[in-house]
Design a protein around this ligand. Sequence first.
Ligand code: ZN
Length: 425
Amino acid sequence: MRPGLHRAGSLRQLVVAVVVACSIWGTGCRPDVEPPGSETFSEGRAKVLLLGLDGASWDFMRPMIERGALPNLGRMVREGVHAPMASELPCLSIVLWTTVATGKRPEEHGITGWNFQEESGESGAMNSSHRRAEALWTIVSRAGGRAGFVNWWATWPAEPVRGYIVSDYFARADPEDDLGEAAFPPDLIARLAPELANRNWPWLSQLIAEGKLKVFSDRQGGDGDHEHREKLAWFFYGQDIVGERAAFHLLETEPTPDLFGHLSRKIDLASHYMWQFATGPDFEAVSRVLEPVYQYEDALLGRLVEAMGPDVNVIVLSDHGFTWEGNELNHTETAPDGIFIAAGPDFKKGVALPRVSLHEVAPTVLHILGLPVSRDMASGPRVDALESDRPVEWVDSHETGADRKARSHRENRLLEQLRSLGYVQ
Ligand SMILES: [Zn+2]
């Protein structure tokens, strides 16, 4: 995400303006009847944790790992596989994270930018109804598994799944906003709403007070008013903490999903703004400035792994890295490599792999979960990352031809499918 302040404000207004109340699912949509085979879905398969660290770069992480400053990520590198992640143009987070979730390229999945413009002139922020390809949460749910995703880009309106989705919109919203479709099942919204009211983050306030975490430079901070800049920091970083609280609430109170995905955006935000406080334009100097943020994410990884339980396959990845474009640190023109690290029972130990592509993640996840990979994805799974040489199972497609542009049609159709599986009444 490029958190341009003025743009973020208008984007948010647009999103708020197009919220439509959830009326068709009510609260009776929680699956009471398990679909056939679901009891055995997890048998003999390790669960998968997919942690997205938007904007994380090896150039900054490597010096920190060598200093021992990122113990959890360092351990994953030593005990698992790691690689550069090839990013792509347009290097926009909403596009790239949708590529990760679908295994398809932007021209196939349809999320091609932050905004859409209809022929009628109607425009607004891209959301899940503009996506033309099924995402991992739907494919896993249909197969009888449980998927839980929190804070992933373009997941509002939240689609019906076996498990849960807390959309990116949830963390953006204010408590008084209409939260319809911000999460699925809809009864989650009442449970999670208190998290929205509390954006207090002791970690952030302490670091700012101690001068260890720089927030916005004079150049990018607008009017130079310190209090104003701090409020903006609370707004951006605070959204992430809302998502994290939702994630841990669900991991503690719901059955652990077979696939849990969480997207964290702090590194991207910090990299866009904090590099200007470094002593020089070199990666080591900037990595020292970004250190508290990378360390926070390293600790978050540790907490998520613990919450998932033992023997989990963990994949940590970023959609792009950062590099110098002209005289500023950015990613939008050159799509610099991000990171890919994976460790757990199904991954090789201590192996450096050639570059991984964003669209290789979804097929790899499906294969690990014992599900078929579809030939209409942009590539197959990265079997060179895996310990087992179990053959890849293929199907032509996971698509059902659902028309996502027509929201009510799409919702009815998916709902019918879920109903036919027996877990929506
Ligand atoms: Zn990004």
